[in-house]
Design a protein around this ligand. Structure first.
Ligand code: GUN
Length: 303
């Protein structure tokens, strides 16, 4: 049997970033608006520092403004809330992103709830979660948006499809389930306490794996020709020495069964920052009562 088609997240993200740069140029020329993204980093977690740096680089490439705010790990909740309040009121700032995880003594819910929902480019604020589940326009979390764009880049038919989402996190699993439901899939959301994952997965026309367990989804969990989106990014130690990035799906074996599959790396990962920039542009337009840029509208990029 033919091997699964590879869904090339790098190429699709590059196309999206080009459309974002185009839309940003038009906003600048026609309205004098430069959309701005503020990133808040609390503490010195090395992975978070890398993420924040790459977000700033991506903003620069699309000619968006970016603002970085660093607080020490012992800054405390009040100082973080003060900063968020200041950013809510700053007209140069269209998007606010508080990098997670926060230090263990800070309740992330208190911080997220303080962000103006119309600047909440992560889509984590309860108002945006409610908008997503009730089908109202809002800001949609970035990785789930990327998952939908990758699915829509394939020829899989979403309407009526059996979609199985592995993982119920607020960042990926739950919002992906909401988006698949909005796209008329029949959605099953499974998690660590679900029974007989293999049997449930074998029914699926679409699998989105976001459970954080390296290579958990095996080839014999898959129906032939299934479309697989692997959100997992796991570091494993390999016998030859060193580490390797793998997803939540046993890629090499799954590729012999699936119809289309995302690689790790190079699948979902590159989509996330591109969608963050997209949200920043949408927030900049909506806050000013302007229509969403045509090149970013859902039917062009098919969120
Ligand atoms: N840390 C890891 N992923 C994310 C994300 O999508 N948003 C934020 N704010 N922090 C993260």
């Amino acid at each position: 049997m033919a091997e699964a088609a590879i869904i090339d997240g790098r190429a699709i993200a590059t196309g999206l970033r080009e459309r974002i740069a185009e839309a940003a140029a038009r906003l600048r020329e026609e309205h004098g608006i430069i959309p701005g993204l503020a990133a808040v980093l609390v503490g010195d977690d090395p992975a978070s520092q890398i993420y924040v740096r790459s977000k700033a680089r991506a903003c620069a490439a699309a000619r968006l403004a970016s603002f970085e705010h660093r607080l020490t790990a012992d800054a405390g909740l009040a100082a973080i809330l003060d900063l968020v309040t200041q950013l809510n009121g700053d007209d140069r700032v269209d998007g606010i992103l508080v990098q997670l995880p926060l230090p263990s003594d800070i309740d992330p819910r208190a911080v997220i709830a303080a962000i103006d929902p119309d600047k909440d480019v992560d889509g984590f604020h309860p108002v945006n979660v409610g908008r997503l589940w009730s089908g109202e326009p809002g800001l949609v979390p970035c990785t789930p948006q990327g998952v939908m764009m990758l699915l829509r880049s394939t020829d899989v038919r979403l309407q009526g499809a059996e979609a199985v989402v592995l993982g119920r996190s607020a960042v990926v699993g739950r919002p992906v389930a909401a988006l698949l439901l909005a796209a008329d899939c029949t959605v099953t959301l499974v998690h660590s306490k679900s029974r007989d994952l293999r049997a449930i997965c074998r029914r699926a026309d679409i699998i989105v794996a976001a459970i954080g367990r390296p290579q958990m989804v095996k080839a014999d969990w898959l129906k032939p020709e299934v479309t697989v989106i692997d959100v997992g990014i796991n570091r494993i130690v390999i016998p030859e020495g060193g580490v390797r990035l793998v997803g939540d799906v046993d890629f090499a074996a799954a590729r012999r069964v699936a119809g289309a599959i995302t690689p790790v790396p190079g699948g979902v990962g590159p989509m996330t920052i591109a969608c963050l920039l997209r949200n920043t542009l949408l927030a900049a337009c909506r806050r000013r009562g302007l229509p969403d840029p045509a090149v970013l509208s859902a039917d062009v990029i098919k969120v």
